[in-house]
Design a binder for this molecule. Structure first.
Ligand SMILES: [Zn+2]
Length: 388
């Protein structure tokens, strides 16, 4: 990564050895503001009452990046002019990576992983145009909305015990080498490729093209099935009571987090809240049921979120901040600035106008990033956060 001179704040490019590339940090986050956001303090004459608009008004949802060398992730006016001279099919799909939506009833759909994925594809193209031959370090908050897996990802929650039925067809995998060794005289299945869907040529017509389900997948991992049958003592069950309870708690936690992220806490049921707050009890053993054993298999554990998978397959680095520590995200400095103007300098709807005016927000982003102000203030805020 580029360093900056402490005295002059001039950038000092890294000295790269053959085959090495420069890394550039790009911090992402989402922010929601409303048209009726207003100041917390106002100047009033004696006996005067503040006149406040009812309700929050129209909300806008912004998803954006901040990048040290260029401020926001967008093309300059000259670069846009160059792009417009190209044939439409040779141009970038967008000149600015930011995405603003107006969600709500009769308006845009609420922000979701599919929209974020589309935005990331555009953002990666813009980054590679602006910084050819450089590697982006894409930083995200650790939120359930960012951790979604691909549709065909290895996920035990999308599996039944038996073949077919309502379950997802998953990608092919390799049986982990970390599995228990085979008993003498038995086949060593470790390292063997495994399909999680029966082939269309399977002798049993009923099984052709059907997802295998947990039982068959584990039985094909012979040493694992052996160990599970041995440890279970009784009949091997699909999902034991303890795992069912733990899953219900996780589902409730996810619903609570999603409602909180969208400011819709009042839609939550009492049951969801109490389930999410329950103390988790660990199962008696790691070999309690098919569900737990398969979910602990190395290939299932290391399955990557969809956004990480896309970014890494494009040759970049994807990082998630520690859970519940979004204050470590440098883009919060950009989000915080208009709120500060709005709340403390009494500029009503300042955030709304600022985000809908691309030039203003770019000026602030440039101000934060130029001369490494972002890095200095970010490290400062990180130091405050980690100070014991
Ligand atoms: Zn279990």
């Amino acid at each position: 990564m580029c360093k900056y001179d402490d005295e002059t704040l001039e950038p000092i490019p890294p000295i790269l050895r053959p085959g090495e590339k420069e890394y550039i940090l790009l911090a992402h986050d989402e922010c929601t503001v409303s048209t009726n956001d207003h100041a917390r303090r106002v100047w009033l004459k004696d006996n005067q009452q503040p006149l406040k608009t009812k309700g929050n008004g129209r909300g806008i949802h912004i998803s954006d990046w901040i990048c040290e060398p260029t401020g926001r992730l967008m093309l300059s006016q000259e670069q846009i002019a160059q792009q417009l001279q190209l044939l439409p099919e040779a141009r970038l799909k967008a000149m600015d990576a930011r995405k603003i939506i107006y969600p709500g009833k009769n308006h845009d759909a609420w922000w979701d992983l599919a929209q974020l994925m589309d935005q990331i594809k555009v953002a990666v193209d813009i980054f590679e145009y602006l910084h050819p031959e450089k590697v982006g370090v894409w930083l995200f908050d650790c939120s359930p909305a960012h951790e979604g897996l691909a549709v065909d990802a290895l996920n035990v929650n999308n599996m039944n015990v038996n073949p077919g039925g309502k379950q997802r067809a998953m990608r092919d995998t390799v049986i982990p080498l970390t599995n228990p060794p085979p008993k003498p005289g038995q086949l060593d299945t470790r390292g063997m490729p495994q399909k999680l869907v029966y082939p269309d040529t399977h002798p049993d017509l009923q099984l052709r093209g059907k997802p295998k389900g947990m039982k068959a997948v584990l039985q094909e991992r012979e040493s694992v099935w052996q160990e599970l049958s041995l440890q279970c003592r009784r009949k091997v069950v699909g999902k034991c009571k303890s795992c069912q309870k733990s899953q219900a708690k996780k589902d409730a936690e996810r619903r609570v987090a999603a409602a909180e992220a969208m400011g819709q806490e009042d839609t939550l049921s009492d049951n969801d809240i109490s389930q999410a707050e329950e103390v988790e009890t660990a199962p008696e053993s790691e070999w309690c049921c098919m569900y737990r054993v398969l979910s602990l298999q190395e290939d299932f554990v290391t399955e990557k979120p969809m956004i990480q998978h896309y970014i890494e397959s494009s040759g970049h680095v994807c990082m998630f901040l520690p859970k519940f520590h979004c204050e470590l995200n440098p883009i919060e400095l950009l989000w915080g600035y208009p709120k500060y103007r709005e709340f403390y300098f009494c500029f009503p709807s300042y955030s709304y106008h600022m985000y809908t005016n691309s030039r203003t927000i770019q000026v602030i982003a440039k101000h934060l990033t130029e001369n490494s102000r972002l890095r200095k203030s970010w490290f400062h805020s990180v130091l405050i956060c980690v100070r014991p």
